[in-house]
Every structure is written in structure tokens, then in C-alpha cells.
Design a protein around this ligand. Structure first.
Ligand code: BJW
Length: 261
């Protein structure tokens, strides 16, 4: 007889969990067709982060950085949430409180239907003026018309000279306060944390599973490859999230359905 796919301990923890946090990275969207950052096929194999994902790079060459985001926006607009995203939505029907803490900017968790999502690194669908902070979320950026500039006019009739930029968090930038503290609070009260599809090397996000652990959470990792977190988790499920998550959620659903109330 082959060994069961999930341990009895993992299933028991999930069957009893009141507060569950899914901490996600680029890997959860890989099966939708969004490239990850690291690895042979990752974005950083083709583009240098220091030339694109920091504010100095933007100020030096805003057109290059905007073109990169415009291309990625096109990709993200053409793809759909995958079975991994949808399984996390399904989990909300089974576990009383589910929170998604994501490093992804692709909006796929919300598009799948997840209700409570903290976006640590922003959202590619939004924009704001770097100088005065005015939001341009519903503006279609047409680069052929030049780099988008702020159109706010002050009471003296002066136009703000700021550039509009994507609302994402670049290296060296502080994470959005509400999203960060919301994520920390969720980690502190979680019974179970699933760390899914992240290399776990970008801080401060990578410190969140440890925060959960220090507050007693059961840690589970889903990833085709081990990461720096793997040694510290209670369970490591080696494989793709779009494969493991639907099976895991189905199993927990069955157990909860038969549990005495
Ligand atoms: C699957 C799968 C499948 C594949 N199923 N899994 C020295 C100088 C300056 C800064 C620092 C420094 N040392 C440390 C820092 C801080 C820096 C940092 O952590 N750097 C490290 C790289 C060393 N952090 C910051 O700068 C942060 N801000 C900050 O710390 O502020 C305070 C400060 C201020 C000033 C100075 C210093 C500190 C901000 C970090 C912002 C990160 N931004 C990005 C880009 C977002 C915008 C965009 O997309 O364009 O966020 S970088 C990129 O990495 C992106 C991601 O969210 C983030 C994490 O990547 P993720 O999601 O883990 O993806 P991958 O590709 O790494 O991993 C994918 C995983 O999936 C792999 O493990 C696969 O195996 C797996 N996988 N298929 C499941 N089907």
C-alpha cells in the first residue's frame, strides 16, 4: 500500500484550524503563466533587478522601466487564476478565517475571489504620482504618448511636475504600512500558515512565517524546490501549488464534513 499523500498531523491541524494564512509568492501564479523572478526561467535571468526594480533605475530611465511594466501588464491582463488560487478561495468555505498575504502584484487572488488579501509589494494595476501621491488607478498608460506625468494643478495654477509610476514596491522601498501590519497581525493569530511558491529570500516579507511560528502556528510549505524556510517548517509538500492545493483542500473538506459538531 502506498503512503498517504498528506500526513495525519497536517490534516488534523487543517481540520481544526480557525485562522489560516496563505503566504504566497510568484510560484502560485506560475501555472497561470506569470514568470517567477528567480531560477533559470525567471524574470531576473533576463532582466537585471538593479536596472528595473528600484527608484534610481526609474529616475535614470523611466521609459525603460515603464516599458517593462507595460509588457508585464499585458501578460497579466491576458491570464486567469489557476486551480491553486481557486483552492484558496474554496478554503474560505471550510476554515472560519482565511487571510491571503501575497508578495504578488498580479491581482490574481482577488480575481479568483479571495476576500481578505494583503498585498505586500503593491498591485500592477494601480499607479500614483511619485511627487504628490495622487492616484491614477484607472488610467490606461499609453507609452507612445510619453512617460505618464501627473496632471494635478495646484491653487496657483501650477501643474505638478511628477512622474506617474506603477504602485509596486521596489528594492529599498518601505512596504505599505496597512498591508504590512495587517499581515503581521494575521501571522500572529494564525493556527496554520501555508507558505506557497516563494523563494523566501526577499525581506521583510520573508520574516513573516517566522513571526507566525514564534506565535505557535503550524507551518506548511508548498514548493517544487526547497528554500531557506524548508528546514523550519512542520511539513514540506514538494510540488506545484496548482496540483497540491486542490487535493489538500478537498481532503480537508471531507474531514470537516464528517467531523462531529
Ligand atoms: C512554485 C511553482 C509552482 C515555481 N508552485 N511553487 C541590500 C541592499 C538593499 C536592500 C537590501 C539589501 N539586503 C537586503 C535588502 C532588503 C531587500 C531584500 O530583501 N533583498 C534581498 C533580495 C537580499 N528588501 C527590500 O528592499 C524591501 N524593502 C525594505 O527592506 O525596506 C527597508 C529598507 C530600505 C532601504 C534599504 C534597505 C531596507 C522591498 C522589497 C521589494 C521587492 N520587490 C519585488 C518586485 C515587485 C515589483 C515587480 O514585480 O516588478 O517583489 S522583487 C521580487 O521578489 C518581487 C517578489 O514579490 C519578491 C519575492 O519573490 P518570490 O515571490 O519569492 O518569487 P521567486 O521567483 O523568488 O520564487 C518563486 C518560487 O516559486 C521558487 O521558490 C520556485 O521554486 C517556486 N515555484 N513554480 C509552487 N507551480
Amino acid at each position: 500500500m502506498s503512503a498517504p499523500e498528506f500526513s495525519a498531523k497536517l490534516l488534523a491541524k487543517l481540520a481544526e484550524a480557525e485562522m489560516l494564512v496563505a503566504f504566497t509568492g510568484a510560484g502560485v501564479s506560475a501555472e497561470s503563466g506569470v514568470p517567477t523572478f528567480r531560477g533559470d526561467e525567471g524574470l531576473w535571468a533576463k532582466f537585471r533587478p538593479e536596472e528595473l526594480a528600484n527608484v534610481n533605475a526609474f529616475m535614470k530611465n523611466p521609459e525603460l522601466v515603464w516599458r517593462w511594466y507595460a509588457d508585464r501588464r499585458k501578460v497579466m491582463a491576458s491570464i486567469e487564476p489557476n486551480p491553486g488560487h481557486r483552492a484558496l478561495v474554496e478554503l474560505e468555505r471550510i476554515v472560519p478565517h482565511v487571510t491571503i498575504v501575497t508578495q504578488n502584484i498580479d491581482n490574481l487572488h482577488r480575481r479568483a475571489g479571495s476576500a481578505k488579501v494583503f498585498e505586500l509589494h503593491g498591485n500592477i494595476e494601480r499607479n500614483y504620482c511619485m511627487r504628490c501621491g495622487v492616484r491614477y488607478d484607472d488610467v490606461d498608460v499609453v507609452l507612445e504618448q510619453g512617460i505618464p506625468r501627473c496632471s494635478r494643478v495646484d491653487k496657483d495654477g501650477k501643474r505638478c511636475p511628477g512622474y506617474v509610476r506603477p504602485d509596486v514596491v521596489w528594492f529599498g522601498e518601505i512596504l505599505p504600512e496597512d498591508e504590512w501590519y495587517g499581515a503581521v497581525r494575521a501571522m500572529e493569530s494564525a493556527d496554520v500558515v501555508l507558505s506557497i511558491g516563494t523563494s523566501g529570500i526577499v525581506y521583510p516579507a520573508a520574516s513573516l512565517p517566522q513571526i507566525a511560528r514564534s506565535h505557535g502556528a503550524f507551518l506548511v510549505e508548498i514548493n517544487p524546490e526547497p528554500t531557506p524556510l524548508t528546514d523550519q517548517v512542520d511539513e514540506f509538500l514538494m510540488g506545484q501549488s496548482g496540483v497540491f492545493l486542490p487535493r489538500l483542500v478537498e481532503k480537508v473538506k471531507q474531514i470537516r464534513a464528517h467531523a462531529p459538531r
